[in-house]
Design a protein around this ligand. Structure first.
Ligand SMILES: CC(C)(COP(=O)(O)OP(=O)(O)OC[C@H]1O[C@@H](n2cnc3c(N)ncnc32)[C@H](O)[C@@H]1OP(=O)(O)O)[C@@H](O)C(=O)NCCC(=O)NCCS
Length: 236
């Protein structure tokens, strides 16, 4: 079973969406020798649901999760941040209101990476944790958990960053990274997890489906830096 649990017909690797490529023929042995795997990013128009999956080879690596050292703070640029944003939530009198609309984000917005790298370094240096999801050698998911309590509550920790490469979303990597964040936060003595969620529909719904609710109390620092974000909290 591939990571995330969706079966791939005839294959053991990750179910990459992509164009099906006819197997090349080995002239000598007259048998299929390889299938090219061309991942189709979520940031590009999706294929129709009927489109066949490319069969991954049995030797394709699984997604592995591991804690990163200080150098991890510099690795966020390896994640392709591109996204097709299909609606966003706003908070109106404490309630979530969905605003329809479509927007395409290509890569990281200007200036964000420099700022984020500095944030990750500070987070790490004060005892925070950085986690990576790896597909082979490739970093495809990034999570960081701050050790700084937020909202004036000594046992509420900040899930600072959760990003999955646009080519690898919807396969359970975000859920897995969140599971790691939850258990590390518990080990650090937290009883709740706070996140300043991007307001995009997919992201807010991702957290809602994992049990997060809109937070009653905001973290002033997060609110100042990300005024459009939706503050959310999860009891551990
Ligand atoms: C939000 C984000 C981290 C989620 O990561 P992800 O890897 O796509 O999330 P998952 O695959 O674990 O789960 C997403 C959905 O896919 C479903 N899913 C999980 N495994 C799946 C699989 N193998 N196949 C298909 N769908 C699957 C999940 O059930 C979930 O659906 P739900 O929310 O309706 O319940 C990712 O979309 C992302 O990086 N977004 C852009 C950056 C961002 O907004 N980050 C958050 C900042 S606060």
């Amino acid at each position: 079973m591939p990571p995330g649990g969706r079966p791939v017909p005839g294959g053991a690797g990750i179910p990459l969406r992509g164009k099906k490529v006819s197997p090349q023929r080995d002239v000598e042995r007259d048998r299929p020798i390889a299938r090219l795997i061309t991942p189709e990013p979520d940031c590009l128009p999706r294929m129709s649901p009927e489109a066949p999956f490319v069969v991954a080879s049995a030797s394709m690596p699984e997604v592995l999760y591991r804690r990163l050292g200080r150098e991890g703070a510099y690795r966020l640029p390896e994640i392709d941040r591109s996204e097709v944003i299909d609606g966003a939530y706003r908070l109106r009198s404490g309630a979530l209101v969905l605003e329809e609309g479509r927007q395409e984000l290509l890569g990281w917005p200007l200036g964000v990476l420099e700022k984020e790298t500095a944030v990750q370094l500070t987070l790490f240096d004060r005892g925070g944790v950085i986690y990576g999801a790896f597909f082979g050698e490739r970093l495809v998911g990034f999570m960081s958990l701050d050790s700084r309590p937020v909202c004036g509550m000594h046992d509420r920790l900040l899930l600072d960053t959760l990003h999955v490469d646009c080519n690898f979303r919807g396969r359970g990597i975000g859920c897995k990274l969140l599971e790691h964040a939850r258990s590390i936060a518990r080990e650090m003595g937290a009883s709740s997890l706070y996140v300043s969620s991007k307001p995009t529909r997919r992201t807010v719904e991702f957290y809602l489906h994992r049990g997060f609710t809109v937070a009653d109390e905001y973290d002033p620092e997060q609110l100042e830096h990300y005024p459009e974000d939706i503050p959310m909290v999860l009891a551990l």
